[in-house]
Design a protein around this ligand. Structure first.
Ligand code: NAD
Length: 343
């Protein structure tokens, strides 16, 4: 571990071990602690800082207050052919998410398609963690997760919907294409960061308490986020709330609570993972050759002024990962200290 201008450079393995030790001190079973530590380190490696080590203090608080039940195992409560419904039983979202991913892969191999729901879950972190595994298994992965309300409906000014993220992973011959995005204009963590750095924000990201666009992060924090692309993100957020929340008989809208608040009870979030086998549709060789051609067409197209290169979804994150393996992870000292001292 090295210190450099308010940053700490730490090897991914070392960070993983430290998180594992902290979680186990809190009584988390080793196998569960390993999954949670893995998701956090993967998010840091991919540069998805909003879902990395900064989340650890919130998880520890929830363990202490009972909001994350570390004694339970997720259980299968319904199963029919390629469909499985899991109850996370108020445990770690990461543990239920990992179990859902494994079943999604096994069932898509057996039935060509799988649809796995999870109810009564806590925060599961970065969705790409799960969908990337599905792509590496040679399958297309789709994941939807609902979250507590922080986003106004299109045309509205009250938080009714969550940032309700969607991730889709596409296997290729090289690194998978991984779209992983909130359905709000921006993740709330980016507004908090702008406030810390005393920066203005894009006025399209949020509205203030009176419903007007604002470039002031403090006003945005007291106001609400806007949906991604207006009515389009609004529509996607509703779809996520219905499929991941209502269909799984889990919470929706304000029945899902924040990871940072109501720390004594489960967040009651829902997760859905859908997986599809490629060879059920066409010869694998044809699929890979055509996806490769599409990638080449995109990458060879001319960047517009202000852009040097065209990146595919997940490509920048994969580059961040490579860099982290070679040079270690660069983490704000304050954030790392807050996580390690929260014991
Ligand atoms: N578990 C939860 O409750 C929850 C809720 C909300 C968000 N999240 C997570 O938050 C994370 C961040 O979400 P976000 O919406 O802020 O992501 P983002 O805006 O950083 O990225 C969204 C997508 O755009 C792609 N992208 C970004 N810049 C690009 C570029 N220059 N060229 C091409 N593609 C580019 C990324 O690869 C990614 O697939 C995600 O991992 C998501 O799963 C989780």
């Amino acid at each position: 571990m090295q210190h450099e201008n308010g940053k700490i450079i730490i090897a991914p393995d070392e960070l993983q071990q430290k998180i594992l030790e902290i979680l186990m001190k809190y009584g988390v079973k080793q196998k569960d602690a390993k999954i949670v530590a893995d998701t956090i380190v993967e998010a840091e490696m991919r540069g998805v800082k909003s879902h990395g080590i900064n989340m650890l203090p919130a998880y520890l608080r929830r363990i202490k207050d009972g909001g994350i039940n570390i004694k339970v195992e997720p259980t299968i409560i319904k199963e029919k052919d390629f469909i499985t419904l899991i109850d996370a039983n108020g445990g770690f979202g990461q543990v239920a998410g990992e179990m859902a991913t494994k079943i999604a892969i096994e069932k898509a191999r057996k039935y060509s398609l799988s649809w796995i729901g999870v109810r009564n879950s806590n925060h599961c972190g970065m969705l790409a963690y799960y969908t990337e595994k599905i792509a590496h298994a040679g399958l297309i992965g789709i994941m939807l997760v609902n979250a507590n309300p922080t986003v106004a409906p299109y045309g509205g000014m009250e938080a009714v919907l969550g940032t309700n993220p969607i991730s889709v992973s596409i296997p290729t011959k090289n690194i998978p294409i991984i779209l992983d995005m909130a359905t709000s204009s921006v993740a709330k963590a980016k507004i908090y960061r702008a406030k810390e750095l005393n920066e203005k924000i894009n006025p399209e990201w949020a509205i203030d308490e009176n419903g007007y666009p604002t470039d002031d992060p403090s006003k945005a924090i007291n106001g609400v986020l806007t949906p991604l692309g207006g009515p389009k993100g609004f529509g996607l957020a509703i779809i996520v709330d219905v499929i991941a929340g209502i269909l799984n008989n889990s919470g929706f809208s304000h029945y899902v609570t924040s990871v940072h608040k109501d720390t004594t009870k489960s967040q009651n979030a829902g997760l859905t993972i859908i997986s599809v086998s490629l060879e059920s549709f066409l010869e694998l060789e044809t699929y890979y050759q055509k996806v490769n051609e599409l990638i080449n067409l995109i990458k060879a197209s001319k960047p517009r002024p202000g852009f040097d290169t065209i990146y595919l979804p997940g490509e920048i994150e994969a580059m961040n990962r490579e860099k982290a393996i070679k040079k270690g992870l660069e983490i704000d000292e304050n954030i790392l200290n807050a996580a390690f001292e929260s014991r």
